[in-house]
Write a protein that binds this ligand. Structure first.
Ligand SMILES: Nc1nc2c(c(=O)[nH]1)N[C@H]1C(S)=C(S)[C@@H](COP(=O)(O)O)O[C@H]1N2
Ligand SMILES: [Mo]
Length: 372
């Protein structure tokens, strides 16, 4: 035992202390809470449980833009904060003996779980906003499930450490390391600020000029809007769009050509595309309200519909549109974007645009609407 102990590294740095861990932990905890709650909102909007589908709010129209912008921003900030927090506490990895009692062992294992789950969430989230999917599992399912492990193990961690957190919540006037600690915290704060400032412009467009690190530059876009899935990737071509007609299934099903759709009363609305990956831009959309198209097929208000795309293959070839969106006068089968005919990449001949909805559900190249 003695030999083992002397073989372990010694740590003399004074900021590996509980007060520093608590000071950074407060910010990290806040980032994780914001990230968890906004992630939950995103999950419910994308996969509403049956009873909730009819209750999804379509206002404010920028709601998802805000919550998903916060989700990605708080997740990116948490990467910096986790690194600082782990630096503060890592000497404890070398504590000897590794555990003093069964409770102490359980406590250490829950911390291991918390760290592993948090690192998994931040890493998969970061790679996802870079649109890189190197793993065999479904990102959304795994990211959602592990979020609950983070939440559970964080609650346990806070409960176990409550006395320590309480004891170190306030700065002690007698603290000799206060100046060093202030410098460390200022550095961590500056790093979080730098990461936020250089990425948040992807959703919060007034800061667009500083958006140096976010993977998508909103200026590098057609018709003023970035493109996630291109027509080429979806195997939609101008030739396949040429003999296009929209099919609407219902009690009185019908087919309608692009020329006929264009001749129907149009509505022009300003709505954001708010991608799950955190970028977002406002645009003008012009088209026919979905509820008018459904009414022509004899579909009553309050009906959920299935939207199908001409896309040959893809996770979002068909999407479900709950009744609140189908009924909303701002939900359009859009034919124009920023006053131009939709480009093929933006969904020509026709796409969905609905208020307060994740971008993945704003189906492009729509070919069919029907009762779900
Ligand atoms: N048919 C279809 N529509 C789709 C997608 C898709 O993969 N297939 N991707 C969605 C995603 S993830 C986003 S963010 C928006 C982006 O729309 P834009 O390319 O016009 O900006 O389109 C959505 N519509
Ligand atoms: Mo997206």
């Amino acid at each position: 035992m003695g030999a083992m102990r002397s073989a372990l590294p010694q740590f003399r740095g004074r900021l590996h202390d509980p007060r520093t861990a608590v000071a950074i932990g407060r910010w990290l905890g806040a980032a994780i809470v914001v990230c968890f709650l906004t992630g939950l909102i995103s999950h419910v909007l994308q996969h509403p449980p049956g009873w909730a589908a009819g209750l999804l709010p379509t206002r404010p129209v920028w709601g998802y833009r805000l919550t998903q912008g916060l989700h990605v921003a708080s997740g990116l900030a948490a990467i910096v904060l986790v690194m600082a927090k782990l630096w503060t506490v890592y000497p404890r990895l070398f504590a000897w003996p590794p555990f003093r009692s069964l409770t102490h062992l359980v406590e250490r294992l829950t911390i291991a779980l918390l760290v592993a789950a948090t690192v998994f969430e931040l890493f998969t989230g970061l790679i996802n906003i870079l649109q890189w999917y190197p793993w065999p599992f479904s990102f959304t399912q795994a990211h959602y499930a592990v979020a609950w492990i983070v939440a559970g193990s964080l609650l346990l961690h806070l409960a176990v450490k409550a006395p320590l957190i309480r004891a170190h919540w306030r700065r002690k006037t007698s603290d000799v390391d206060a100046a060093d600690r202030r410098a460390l915290l200022a550095g961590v704060g500056a790093a979080v600020g730098a990461v936020t400032l250089t990425t948040v412009g992807q959703a919060f467009t007034p800061l667009r000029a500083f958006d140096l690190l976010a993977p998508r530059n909103p200026d590098n876009a057609t018709q003023g809007v970035p493109v996630n899935r291109t027509a080429a990737a979806a195997q939609v071509t101008h030739a396949s769009a040429a003999d296009w007609a929209l099919e609407v299934g219902g009690p009185a099903p019908y087919r309608i050509s692009l020329a006929e759709l264009t001749a129907l009363p149009q509505r022009r609305v300003r709505l954001p595309i708010a991608c799950v990956e955190g970028w977002s831009v406002d645009a003008w959309w012009t088209g026919v309200p979905i509820r008018d198209l459904l009414a022509r097929a004899g579909i009553p208000p309050g009906t959920a519909v299935r939207v199908t795309s001409m896309e040959v293959w893809g996770y979002y070839r068909t999407t479900a549109m709950p009744a609140p969106y189908a009924d909303d006068p701002q939900t359009l089968l859009a034919l124009r974007l920023n006053d131009e005919v939709l480009s093929l990449d933006h969904g020509y001949p026709a796409r969905i645009i609905a208020p307060n909805r994740p971008g993945v559900l704003q189906t492009k190249w729509v070919s069919r609407l029907e009762v779900l």
